[in-house]
Design a protein around this ligand. Structure first.
Ligand SMILES: [Zn+2]
Length: 466
Protein backbone atom coordinates (compact mmCIF):
# COMPACT_ATOMS: atom_id res chain seq x y z
CA UNK A 1 0.00 0.00 0.00
CA UNK A 2 0.96 3.59 -0.50
CA UNK A 3 0.73 7.02 1.12
CA UNK A 4 0.90 10.35 -0.74
CA UNK A 5 1.37 13.72 0.96
CA UNK A 6 -0.78 16.45 -0.58
CA UNK A 7 -0.38 19.17 2.03
CA UNK A 8 1.20 20.33 5.31
CA UNK A 9 4.58 19.48 3.74
CA UNK A 10 6.33 22.76 2.87
CA UNK A 11 3.87 24.66 5.07
CA UNK A 12 1.91 24.23 8.31
CA UNK A 13 -1.50 24.25 6.59
CA UNK A 14 -3.41 22.39 3.85
CA UNK A 15 -3.35 19.00 5.62
CA UNK A 16 -4.22 16.20 3.11
CA UNK A 17 -2.85 12.65 3.11
CA UNK A 18 -4.01 9.94 0.73
CA UNK A 19 -3.76 6.22 1.51
CA UNK A 20 -4.15 3.69 -1.28
CA UNK A 21 -4.61 0.16 0.09
CA UNK A 22 -3.62 -3.20 -1.44
CA UNK A 23 -7.29 -3.80 -2.21
CA UNK A 24 -7.66 -0.52 -4.09
CA UNK A 25 -9.50 1.44 -1.36
CA UNK A 26 -8.59 5.13 -1.28
CA UNK A 27 -8.73 6.92 2.06
CA UNK A 28 -8.12 10.61 2.53
CA UNK A 29 -7.06 11.86 5.96
CA UNK A 30 -8.06 15.53 6.35
CA UNK A 31 -8.80 17.88 3.47
CA UNK A 32 -7.52 21.23 4.67
CA UNK A 33 -7.27 24.68 3.20
CA UNK A 34 -3.87 26.30 2.65
CA UNK A 35 -3.93 29.50 4.70
CA UNK A 36 -1.98 32.70 5.17
CA UNK A 37 0.97 32.10 2.85
CA UNK A 38 1.98 33.17 -0.63
CA UNK A 39 0.29 31.10 -3.29
CA UNK A 40 -2.48 29.85 -0.94
CA UNK A 41 -5.27 30.90 -3.33
CA UNK A 42 -3.56 29.10 -6.21
CA UNK A 43 -3.00 25.93 -4.13
CA UNK A 44 -6.66 25.92 -3.00
CA UNK A 45 -7.97 26.35 -6.52
CA UNK A 46 -7.87 22.67 -7.39
CA UNK A 47 -7.60 19.39 -5.50
CA UNK A 48 -4.56 17.40 -6.66
CA UNK A 49 -6.43 14.08 -7.10
CA UNK A 50 -9.58 12.68 -8.70
CA UNK A 51 -12.22 13.31 -6.00
CA UNK A 52 -14.62 10.71 -7.42
CA UNK A 53 -12.12 7.89 -6.74
CA UNK A 54 -11.85 8.52 -2.97
CA UNK A 55 -13.86 6.02 -0.88
CA UNK A 56 -13.55 7.42 2.65
CA UNK A 57 -12.40 10.54 4.42
CA UNK A 58 -11.28 10.56 8.06
CA UNK A 59 -11.09 13.94 9.73
CA UNK A 60 -8.79 14.59 12.70
CA UNK A 61 -10.45 17.89 13.74
CA UNK A 62 -12.48 20.86 12.57
CA UNK A 63 -9.77 23.52 12.09
CA UNK A 64 -10.06 24.93 8.58
CA UNK A 65 -6.47 24.00 7.66
CA UNK A 66 -7.58 20.37 8.16
CA UNK A 67 -11.19 20.55 6.94
CA UNK A 68 -11.62 23.65 4.76
CA UNK A 69 -11.60 21.94 1.35
CA UNK A 70 -14.04 19.14 2.20
CA UNK A 71 -16.97 20.92 0.47
CA UNK A 72 -14.81 21.20 -2.65
CA UNK A 73 -14.11 17.46 -2.53
CA UNK A 74 -17.88 16.86 -2.65
CA UNK A 75 -18.37 19.50 -5.36
CA UNK A 76 -15.91 17.61 -7.59
CA UNK A 77 -17.47 14.19 -7.31
CA UNK A 78 -16.67 12.57 -3.94
CA UNK A 79 -19.48 10.08 -3.18
CA UNK A 80 -18.12 8.27 -0.11
CA UNK A 81 -18.41 8.74 3.65
CA UNK A 82 -16.66 11.22 5.91
CA UNK A 83 -15.93 10.04 9.46
CA UNK A 84 -15.49 12.45 12.36
CA UNK A 85 -16.53 12.90 15.99
CA UNK A 86 -19.90 14.49 16.81
CA UNK A 87 -18.37 17.66 18.28
CA UNK A 88 -16.18 18.00 15.17
CA UNK A 89 -19.35 17.79 13.06
CA UNK A 90 -20.99 20.55 15.14
CA UNK A 91 -17.94 22.79 14.71
CA UNK A 92 -17.64 21.95 10.99
CA UNK A 93 -21.18 23.14 10.40
CA UNK A 94 -20.45 26.64 11.70
CA UNK A 95 -16.85 26.96 10.48
CA UNK A 96 -17.50 25.84 6.90
CA UNK A 97 -20.61 27.99 6.63
CA UNK A 98 -18.52 30.92 7.84
CA UNK A 99 -15.76 30.06 5.36
CA UNK A 100 -18.27 29.98 2.45
CA UNK A 101 -19.69 33.36 3.52
CA UNK A 102 -16.23 34.95 3.87
CA UNK A 103 -15.39 33.80 0.32
CA UNK A 104 -18.58 35.41 -0.99
CA UNK A 105 -17.84 38.72 0.77
CA UNK A 106 -14.22 38.77 -0.42
CA UNK A 107 -15.20 37.94 -4.00
CA UNK A 108 -17.89 40.63 -4.07
CA UNK A 109 -15.13 43.22 -3.67
CA UNK A 110 -12.69 41.46 -6.04
CA UNK A 111 -15.35 41.00 -8.72
CA UNK A 112 -16.40 44.66 -8.56
CA UNK A 113 -12.82 45.61 -9.40
CA UNK A 114 -12.64 42.94 -12.14
CA UNK A 115 -15.90 44.16 -13.68
CA UNK A 116 -14.45 47.69 -13.93
CA UNK A 117 -11.56 46.19 -15.90
CA UNK A 118 -13.94 44.16 -18.10
CA UNK A 119 -12.75 40.84 -16.60
CA UNK A 120 -14.88 37.74 -15.93
CA UNK A 121 -15.98 37.30 -12.27
CA UNK A 122 -14.18 34.72 -10.12
CA UNK A 123 -16.37 31.94 -8.71
CA UNK A 124 -15.98 30.86 -5.05
CA UNK A 125 -14.19 27.51 -4.66
CA UNK A 126 -17.39 26.23 -3.00
CA UNK A 127 -20.64 27.61 -1.70
CA UNK A 128 -23.15 26.94 1.06
CA UNK A 129 -24.84 24.15 -0.96
CA UNK A 130 -21.56 22.27 -1.23
CA UNK A 131 -21.23 22.60 2.55
CA UNK A 132 -24.72 21.12 3.01
CA UNK A 133 -23.92 18.25 0.60
CA UNK A 134 -20.79 17.50 2.58
CA UNK A 135 -22.59 17.48 5.93
CA UNK A 136 -25.00 14.85 4.51
CA UNK A 137 -22.06 12.50 3.98
CA UNK A 138 -20.77 12.60 7.54
CA UNK A 139 -20.83 9.54 9.77
CA UNK A 140 -20.23 10.18 13.46
CA UNK A 141 -17.70 8.12 15.39
CA UNK A 142 -17.29 8.05 19.16
CA UNK A 143 -14.24 9.98 20.33
CA UNK A 144 -12.72 6.89 21.94
CA UNK A 145 -13.87 4.07 19.67
CA UNK A 146 -12.97 1.43 17.08
CA UNK A 147 -14.40 1.07 13.59
CA UNK A 148 -14.29 -1.96 11.33
CA UNK A 149 -14.53 -1.25 7.59
CA UNK A 150 -15.10 -4.28 5.31
CA UNK A 151 -13.07 -6.68 7.54
CA UNK A 152 -9.85 -5.30 6.03
CA UNK A 153 -9.53 -1.89 7.65
CA UNK A 154 -9.71 -1.31 11.42
CA UNK A 155 -9.71 2.21 12.77
CA UNK A 156 -9.11 3.47 16.33
CA UNK A 157 -9.60 7.04 17.50
CA UNK A 158 -7.66 8.62 20.35
CA UNK A 159 -8.62 12.04 21.80
CA UNK A 160 -5.54 14.22 21.48
CA UNK A 161 -6.49 17.33 23.48
CA UNK A 162 -5.91 19.85 20.68
CA UNK A 163 -9.44 21.30 20.33
CA UNK A 164 -12.98 20.10 20.96
CA UNK A 165 -13.50 16.78 19.14
CA UNK A 166 -9.91 16.40 17.94
CA UNK A 167 -8.48 12.89 17.59
CA UNK A 168 -5.43 10.97 16.44
CA UNK A 169 -6.42 8.20 14.02
CA UNK A 170 -4.81 4.74 14.03
CA UNK A 171 -5.42 2.40 11.07
CA UNK A 172 -4.66 -1.31 10.81
CA UNK A 173 -4.81 -2.65 7.25
CA UNK A 174 -4.95 -6.27 6.16
CA UNK A 175 -2.60 -6.75 3.21
CA UNK A 176 -3.03 -9.18 0.33
CA UNK A 177 -0.27 -11.44 1.70
CA UNK A 178 -2.36 -11.61 4.97
CA UNK A 179 0.18 -9.51 6.89
CA UNK A 180 -0.89 -6.33 8.69
CA UNK A 181 0.37 -2.79 8.51
CA UNK A 182 -0.55 -0.03 10.95
CA UNK A 183 -0.48 3.72 10.31
CA UNK A 184 -1.02 6.47 12.88
CA UNK A 185 -1.99 10.07 12.05
CA UNK A 186 -1.40 12.21 15.13
CA UNK A 187 -3.42 15.19 13.83
CA UNK A 188 -2.54 18.34 15.75
CA UNK A 189 -1.46 17.25 19.23
CA UNK A 190 -2.64 19.23 22.28
CA UNK A 191 -0.79 20.00 25.49
CA UNK A 192 -0.60 17.80 28.59
CA UNK A 193 -2.06 20.57 30.74
CA UNK A 194 -4.91 22.46 29.14
CA UNK A 195 -7.48 24.57 30.99
CA UNK A 196 -10.41 22.83 29.29
CA UNK A 197 -9.33 19.48 27.81
CA UNK A 198 -7.70 16.40 29.34
CA UNK A 199 -4.17 15.49 28.24
CA UNK A 200 -3.82 13.63 24.92
CA UNK A 201 -4.48 9.89 25.19
CA UNK A 202 -1.37 8.01 24.07
CA UNK A 203 -2.26 6.12 20.89
CA UNK A 204 -1.50 2.51 19.95
CA UNK A 205 1.93 1.74 18.53
CA UNK A 206 2.14 1.84 14.72
CA UNK A 207 4.49 0.76 11.95
CA UNK A 208 4.23 4.21 10.40
CA UNK A 209 3.50 7.50 12.16
CA UNK A 210 2.51 10.74 10.43
CA UNK A 211 3.34 13.28 13.12
CA UNK A 212 2.78 17.02 13.37
CA UNK A 213 5.83 19.12 14.24
CA UNK A 214 4.50 22.69 14.48
CA UNK A 215 6.62 23.29 17.61
CA UNK A 216 9.33 20.81 16.58
CA UNK A 217 12.06 23.35 17.39
CA UNK A 218 10.41 25.33 20.20
CA UNK A 219 9.46 25.02 23.86
CA UNK A 220 6.53 26.86 25.39
CA UNK A 221 7.18 29.32 28.19
CA UNK A 222 5.98 28.04 31.58
CA UNK A 223 2.19 27.97 31.84
CA UNK A 224 0.66 30.81 33.82
CA UNK A 225 -2.66 31.26 35.55
CA UNK A 226 -4.70 33.18 32.97
CA UNK A 227 -7.18 34.31 35.63
CA UNK A 228 -4.39 36.08 37.54
CA UNK A 229 -2.84 37.64 34.42
CA UNK A 230 -6.19 38.91 33.10
CA UNK A 231 -7.17 40.28 36.50
CA UNK A 232 -4.08 42.53 36.49
CA UNK A 233 -4.75 43.68 32.93
CA UNK A 234 -8.46 44.37 33.52
CA UNK A 235 -7.81 46.24 36.77
CA UNK A 236 -5.14 48.41 35.14
CA UNK A 237 -7.07 49.31 31.97
CA UNK A 238 -10.72 49.26 33.07
CA UNK A 239 -10.49 50.25 36.74
CA UNK A 240 -7.55 52.71 36.84
CA UNK A 241 -7.33 54.02 33.26
CA UNK A 242 -11.11 53.80 32.63
CA UNK A 243 -10.42 52.36 29.18
CA UNK A 244 -11.65 49.52 27.00
CA UNK A 245 -9.87 46.24 26.28
CA UNK A 246 -10.31 44.85 22.77
CA UNK A 247 -9.37 41.17 22.41
CA UNK A 248 -9.28 39.69 18.89
CA UNK A 249 -9.77 35.96 19.54
CA UNK A 250 -10.38 32.82 17.48
CA UNK A 251 -14.03 31.83 17.90
CA UNK A 252 -13.23 28.23 18.79
CA UNK A 253 -11.21 27.50 21.90
CA UNK A 254 -9.34 30.78 22.57
CA UNK A 255 -12.57 32.74 23.12
CA UNK A 256 -13.85 30.12 25.58
CA UNK A 257 -10.48 29.95 27.40
CA UNK A 258 -10.70 33.70 28.01
CA UNK A 259 -14.37 33.67 29.02
CA UNK A 260 -13.68 30.80 31.43
CA UNK A 261 -10.80 32.75 33.05
CA UNK A 262 -13.01 35.84 33.52
CA UNK A 263 -15.85 33.59 34.75
CA UNK A 264 -13.47 32.32 37.48
CA UNK A 265 -12.69 35.94 38.44
CA UNK A 266 -16.42 36.59 38.74
CA UNK A 267 -16.91 33.48 40.89
CA UNK A 268 -13.95 34.45 43.10
CA UNK A 269 -15.30 38.00 43.50
CA UNK A 270 -12.26 39.63 41.87
CA UNK A 271 -13.84 40.88 38.64
CA UNK A 272 -14.23 44.69 38.68
CA UNK A 273 -17.83 45.87 38.03
CA UNK A 274 -17.47 46.10 34.24
CA UNK A 275 -19.32 44.56 31.31
CA UNK A 276 -17.67 41.83 29.23
CA UNK A 277 -18.97 41.55 25.66
CA UNK A 278 -18.47 38.62 23.30
CA UNK A 279 -19.30 40.32 20.02
CA UNK A 280 -19.31 37.65 17.32
CA UNK A 281 -22.15 35.40 16.14
CA UNK A 282 -19.59 32.69 15.35
CA UNK A 283 -18.04 32.86 18.82
CA UNK A 284 -21.49 32.61 20.41
CA UNK A 285 -22.29 29.49 18.34
CA UNK A 286 -18.87 27.97 19.11
CA UNK A 287 -19.37 28.60 22.84
CA UNK A 288 -22.77 26.86 22.76
CA UNK A 289 -21.21 23.88 20.98
CA UNK A 290 -18.38 23.74 23.49
CA UNK A 291 -20.90 23.79 26.36
CA UNK A 292 -22.96 21.05 24.69
CA UNK A 293 -19.95 18.71 24.67
CA UNK A 294 -18.90 19.03 28.33
CA UNK A 295 -18.26 15.26 28.29
CA UNK A 296 -14.92 16.10 26.60
CA UNK A 297 -13.81 18.51 29.36
CA UNK A 298 -11.09 17.77 31.93
CA UNK A 299 -11.72 17.08 35.62
CA UNK A 300 -10.81 20.60 36.84
CA UNK A 301 -13.41 22.38 34.71
CA UNK A 302 -16.01 19.68 35.43
CA UNK A 303 -15.43 20.18 39.18
CA UNK A 304 -15.77 23.92 38.63
CA UNK A 305 -19.08 23.33 36.78
CA UNK A 306 -20.34 21.28 39.75
CA UNK A 307 -19.67 24.24 42.06
CA UNK A 308 -20.35 27.23 39.75
CA UNK A 309 -22.85 25.87 37.24
CA UNK A 310 -21.67 27.30 33.94
CA UNK A 311 -18.10 28.14 32.87
CA UNK A 312 -19.09 30.51 30.05
CA UNK A 313 -21.83 32.51 31.75
CA UNK A 314 -21.78 35.20 34.43
CA UNK A 315 -23.88 38.23 35.32
CA UNK A 316 -21.93 40.90 33.42
CA UNK A 317 -21.15 38.74 30.37
CA UNK A 318 -23.14 39.73 27.28
CA UNK A 319 -23.11 37.82 24.00
CA UNK A 320 -23.93 39.97 20.98
CA UNK A 321 -25.20 38.61 17.66
CA UNK A 322 -27.20 41.55 16.38
CA UNK A 323 -25.30 44.03 14.15
CA UNK A 324 -27.03 47.10 15.59
CA UNK A 325 -26.14 46.05 19.15
CA UNK A 326 -22.55 45.59 17.99
CA UNK A 327 -22.49 49.08 16.47
CA UNK A 328 -24.00 50.51 19.67
CA UNK A 329 -20.83 49.45 21.52
CA UNK A 330 -19.01 52.29 19.71
CA UNK A 331 -21.07 54.90 21.49
CA UNK A 332 -20.61 53.25 24.86
CA UNK A 333 -17.88 55.13 26.74
CA UNK A 334 -17.92 52.86 29.81
CA UNK A 335 -14.80 50.79 30.56
CA UNK A 336 -15.40 47.24 29.29
CA UNK A 337 -13.85 44.16 27.69
CA UNK A 338 -14.80 43.29 24.10
CA UNK A 339 -13.85 39.81 22.88
CA UNK A 340 -14.45 39.51 19.15
CA UNK A 341 -13.40 37.58 16.02
CA UNK A 342 -11.49 37.09 13.83
CA UNK A 343 -8.44 35.99 15.76
CA UNK A 344 -5.98 37.72 13.44
CA UNK A 345 -8.23 40.81 13.21
CA UNK A 346 -8.31 40.61 9.42
CA UNK A 347 -12.07 40.24 9.17
CA UNK A 348 -15.16 40.39 11.33
CA UNK A 349 -16.41 42.90 13.87
CA UNK A 350 -13.16 43.13 15.80
CA UNK A 351 -11.70 45.20 12.96
CA UNK A 352 -14.32 47.90 13.65
CA UNK A 353 -13.68 47.78 17.39
CA UNK A 354 -9.93 48.17 16.86
CA UNK A 355 -10.45 51.08 14.47
CA UNK A 356 -12.83 52.80 16.91
CA UNK A 357 -10.57 52.43 19.96
CA UNK A 358 -7.11 53.18 18.56
CA UNK A 359 -7.32 56.87 19.37
CA UNK A 360 -6.78 56.78 23.14
CA UNK A 361 -3.96 55.38 25.28
CA UNK A 362 -6.56 54.53 27.92
CA UNK A 363 -7.55 51.61 25.67
CA UNK A 364 -5.70 48.34 25.22
CA UNK A 365 -5.60 45.95 22.26
CA UNK A 366 -4.80 42.57 23.80
CA UNK A 367 -3.40 39.99 21.36
CA UNK A 368 -3.87 36.39 22.44
CA UNK A 369 -3.12 34.24 19.41
CA UNK A 370 -0.90 33.43 16.48
CA UNK A 371 -0.92 36.02 13.70
CA UNK A 372 0.36 35.36 10.19
CA UNK A 373 2.69 38.02 8.78
CA UNK A 374 0.86 41.08 7.41
CA UNK A 375 -2.42 40.33 9.20
CA UNK A 376 -3.83 43.27 11.21
CA UNK A 377 -2.95 41.54 14.50
CA UNK A 378 0.62 41.03 13.25
CA UNK A 379 0.89 44.72 12.27
CA UNK A 380 -0.33 45.78 15.71
CA UNK A 381 2.17 43.46 17.35
CA UNK A 382 4.96 44.79 15.11
CA UNK A 383 4.18 48.40 16.06
CA UNK A 384 3.06 49.55 12.59
CA UNK A 385 1.87 53.16 13.00
CA UNK A 386 -0.21 54.68 11.46
CA UNK A 387 -2.34 51.65 10.70
CA UNK A 388 -4.38 51.19 7.52
CA UNK A 389 -7.88 49.84 8.23
CA UNK A 390 -10.70 49.80 5.66
CA UNK A 391 -8.53 51.83 3.28
CA UNK A 392 -7.82 54.70 5.71
CA UNK A 393 -4.88 55.48 8.01
CA UNK A 394 -5.32 55.73 11.79
CA UNK A 395 -2.84 56.86 14.41
CA UNK A 396 -2.19 54.10 17.00
CA UNK A 397 -2.45 55.73 20.42
CA UNK A 398 -3.96 52.72 22.18
CA UNK A 399 -1.58 50.39 24.01
CA UNK A 400 -0.90 47.00 22.45
CA UNK A 401 0.01 43.96 24.55
CA UNK A 402 0.67 40.36 23.46
CA UNK A 403 0.13 37.31 25.64
CA UNK A 404 2.38 34.74 24.00
CA UNK A 405 1.83 31.77 26.30
CA UNK A 406 -1.33 30.52 24.56
CA UNK A 407 -1.01 27.43 22.41
CA UNK A 408 -3.13 24.43 21.48
CA UNK A 409 -0.03 22.59 20.19
CA UNK A 410 2.40 20.42 22.12
CA UNK A 411 5.99 21.68 22.08
CA UNK A 412 8.84 19.33 21.12
CA UNK A 413 9.33 17.83 24.58
CA UNK A 414 5.59 17.26 24.89
CA UNK A 415 5.54 15.66 21.42
CA UNK A 416 8.37 13.31 22.39
CA UNK A 417 6.36 12.39 25.49
CA UNK A 418 3.31 11.78 23.25
CA UNK A 419 5.36 9.41 21.08
CA UNK A 420 6.37 7.33 24.14
CA UNK A 421 3.75 4.71 23.15
CA UNK A 422 5.69 4.11 19.90
CA UNK A 423 8.48 1.54 20.10
CA UNK A 424 11.54 2.77 18.14
CA UNK A 425 12.53 -0.87 17.49
CA UNK A 426 9.19 -1.72 15.87
CA UNK A 427 8.53 1.61 14.17
CA UNK A 428 9.38 1.58 10.46
CA UNK A 429 9.14 5.33 9.74
CA UNK A 430 7.97 8.60 11.20
CA UNK A 431 6.89 11.17 8.62
CA UNK A 432 7.01 14.77 9.83
CA UNK A 433 4.44 17.29 8.64
CA UNK A 434 3.06 20.68 9.76
CA UNK A 435 6.34 22.36 10.60
CA UNK A 436 7.96 25.47 9.16
CA UNK A 437 11.21 27.41 9.64
CA UNK A 438 13.32 24.35 10.31
CA UNK A 439 10.89 22.82 12.84
CA UNK A 440 10.70 19.48 11.00
CA UNK A 441 14.45 19.21 10.50
CA UNK A 442 15.15 20.06 14.12
CA UNK A 443 12.51 17.63 15.40
CA UNK A 444 13.87 14.86 13.15
CA UNK A 445 17.24 15.12 14.93
CA UNK A 446 15.53 14.97 18.33
CA UNK A 447 13.64 11.84 17.27
CA UNK A 448 16.87 10.25 16.02
CA UNK A 449 18.30 10.81 19.52
CA UNK A 450 15.23 8.96 20.91
CA UNK A 451 16.10 5.94 18.75
CA UNK A 452 13.78 6.56 15.77
CA UNK A 453 16.21 6.01 12.94
CA UNK A 454 13.98 6.46 9.92
CA UNK A 455 12.48 9.94 10.17
CA UNK A 456 11.29 11.28 6.82
CA UNK A 457 10.35 14.81 5.78
CA UNK A 458 8.07 14.28 2.78
CA UNK A 459 7.69 16.77 -0.06
CA UNK A 460 4.45 17.87 -1.69
CA UNK A 461 2.84 15.02 -3.72
CA UNK A 462 5.60 12.59 -2.73
CA UNK A 463 4.47 8.95 -2.33
CA UNK A 464 5.89 6.16 -0.17
CA UNK A 465 5.31 2.42 -0.16
CA UNK A 466 4.14 1.17 3.26
ZN1 LIG B 1 -5.54 22.40 14.54
Amino acid sequence: MEITFYGATESVTGSKFLLHTDYGTKILIDCGLFQGETGSAFKNDKLPFDCSTIDYVFLTHAHIDHSGLLPMLVKYGFKGKVYCTSSTLDLLEILLEDSANIQLQDLRYVNRTRAQKGLEPIEPIYDINDVKNLLDKIEIVDIDSTLNINQKIFVNFFPNGHILGSVAIHFTFLKKDKSQVSVLFTGDVGRPKDTIFPPPVLPLGADYVICESTYGNRLHSPQVDLEVVLRGIIEDTCLYKKGKIIIPAFSVDRTQEIIYAIDRMDTHGTLPPIKVYVDSPLSLKATRIMDKHRNEFNKEILDYICRDGAPFEFKNLIYISDVEESKALNNNSEPCVIISASGMADAGRVKHHIKNNLNSDRNLILLVGYATPHSLAWKLRSGVNPLRIFGEYYEVNARVQSLDFFSAHADYLELIEYLKSQDPKLNKSIFLVHGSDGAKESFALKLNAEGFNNVIIPEFSESFEL
